[in-house]
Design a protein around this ligand. Structure first.
Ligand SMILES: Cc1cc2nc3c(=O)[nH]c(=O)nc-3n(C[C@H](O)[C@H](O)[C@H](O)COP(=O)(O)OP(=O)(O)OC[C@H]3O[C@@H](n4cnc5c(N)ncnc54)[C@H](O)[C@@H]3O)c2cc1C
Length: 448
């Protein structure tokens, strides 16, 4: 380690063990399985680069000394993505925090910029983020692209990896001669959901949408089936501008502070973000389908106030967090429902799992048709039972992206990385120094 540090020049760093340990953690503890595996792991040093020259110095020093590097944004990843498995250095990207330009519906941004700060800066230009995770208030844009998969906005724009959602990337490679590389179009996939194993990303180019004054709207329905039927119908209305369509089982409502008083007992809820122009028609459609309004707010007002909860912080992976805040005996899964018989399968899984599972859905298009992702909240008993539940979902044709594993391969539906990503890894990090252990197939091939 002293070799590495002596090669870094004036790159800011600390070896204070308590700080380094804190910055070596993320939200892996969501999973009892990962908690047992990753607790206590830490880097040896924390680096806080200021600019690309610092990133190049870090990459050169890592190559020369064989030191592992793990990039870090907001540290909100769920699968230990930002936890260093082999010590070395954590590279804190939070100094890369500027919006560089916005033109013609495209923004160029430094990768460590906080997503709430970015959205606010875009709004000064009449634009907004197309898509953000429910961790918007703490996550970075680079961490979202490198670790996330979709979120608020996905009902309109699809998943993060869908074509067109990432336009350009600048990264610092760990090639024989580390350098800054500019990638465009399909080449940008090298960093998408690659857990920082293919480069230290310094800048990103993303499409941005016209700014909308989003409204939070929560609706209660007497049954889960009615809530799901409304959510699906609403999600498919092209004339109603929307950013979020989420469904939560009645059993989840007691965990939702902004809703539990106003929601009638044993009612499921649909959580929406809608444009002001769509508000009246949405409420009318909900009324026709048996729903009642239980909460209305201006999203930005809730978001700007640290004491309030915007509705999106009850959705996506935040739903599970609301439960875990009260009761650590739960965990979750990430599932993708097929476009055929979607709601029949939702009902079937609710039936089969009974009170062991609380249904939570996020509506998102799949191959041009409206479907949904499920993030069911599960009562946790044993790893064996968790594996049985995963097998049960898969036996019904429901895809599971397992959140209880830390490698890219095991967390994906197909358990492999694409040949292109494998080739890019070989090209940009031939010694395997970037977040080692996270791309299982590469590490298996690497010479000892
Ligand atoms: C409560 C909660 C809710 C969540 N909701 C969502 C959601 O709605 N949608 C979703 O997709 N995810 C969600 N997540 C997961 C996570 O928040 C997102 O993936 C988030 O965008 C990660 O951003 P971050 O800045 O915290 O990244 P980090 O956790 O710091 O990093 C994530 C990964 O990216 C790598 N990385 C970070 N920055 C760089 C960089 N500049 N260059 C190279 N590699 C880099 C890290 O090494 C790590 O592997 C949620 C997690 C929690 C705990």
């Amino acid at each position: 380690m002293s070799d590495f540090v002596s090669l870094l020049g004036d790159v800011p760093l600390t070896t204070d063990a308590a700080i380094v340990k804190r910055k070596s953690r993320d939200f892996y503890w969501y999973s009892p399985v990962l908690k047992a595996r990753l607790d206590g792991l830490s880097a040896d040093v924390l680096l806080t680069p200021r600019d690309e020259a610092d990133l190049l110095a870090i990459a050169q020093a890592a190559r020369a000394s064989g030191t592992p590097l793990t990039a870090r944004g907001g540290g909100t990843g769920n699968y230990g993505q930002a936890v260093p498995l082999a010590g070395g250095a954590v590279v804190d990207m939070s100094g890369f925090d500027r919006l560089l330009w916005v033109r013609d519906g495209v923004a160029r941004v430094q990768a460590g910029m906080n997503m709430l700060a970015l959205d606010r800066a875009l709004r000064e230009n009449g634009r907004e983020l197309r898509m953000f995770p429910s961790t918007k208030r703490t996550a970075t844009i680079g961490g979202f692209i490198c670790g996330g998969s979709g979120g608020i906005g996905s009902v309109t724009w699809g998943g993060l990896r869908n074509t067109g959602n990432l336009l350009g990337v600048r990264l610092v490679s760990l090639e024989d001669e580390p350098r800054a590389v500019e990638l465009r179009g399909a080449e940008t996939r090298v960093v998408n959901h690659a857990y920082g194993t293919t480069g230290l990303v310094s800048e990103l180019e993303i499409p941005v949408a016209a700014a909308v004054a989003w409204q939070d709207l929560a609706l209660a329905f007497p049954t889960l089936a009615e809530a799901c039927a409304f959510a699906r119908r609403f999600a498919m209305q092209n004339g109603l501008e929307k950013k979020l369509v989420s469904v939560a089982d009645a059993a989840l409502v007691p965990y939702f502070a902004p809703l539990r008083e106003a929601t009638p007992a044993r009612h499921a809820v649909v959580l929406l973000m809608v444009a002001p122009s769509a508000l009246a028609a949405t409420e009318e459609l909900a009324g026709d389908m048996g729903g009642v309004v239980v909460h209305r707010a201006v999203t930005a007002e809730a978001e700007d106030d640290p004491t309030r909860v915007p509705l999106y912080e009850l959705t996506w992976n935040h739903t599970t967090l609301q439960v875990l805040k009260k009761d650590r005996a739960h965990t979750y899964l990430q599932t993708g429902f097929p476009v055929r018989d979607t709601l029949a399968l939702v009902a079937r899984m609710a039936d089969l799992l009974g009170d062991e599972m609380m249904t939570h859905l996020e509506f998102i298009p799949n191959e041009g048709e409206m479907s949904c992702a499920g993030l069911p909240v599960l009562r946790y008993t044993t790893p064996e039972r968790l594996a049985e539940i995963i097998a049960l979902y898969e036996s019904h044709g429901i895809v599971v992206a397992n959140p209880h594993v830390y490698t890219i391969e095991d967390g994906g539906a197909h358990r492999v990385v694409s040949p292109q990503l494998a080739a890019d890894k070989q090209r940009f990090d031939p010694l395997g120094l970037l977040n080692p252990g996270k791309m299982r197939s590469f590490d298996a091939l690497k010479p000892a």
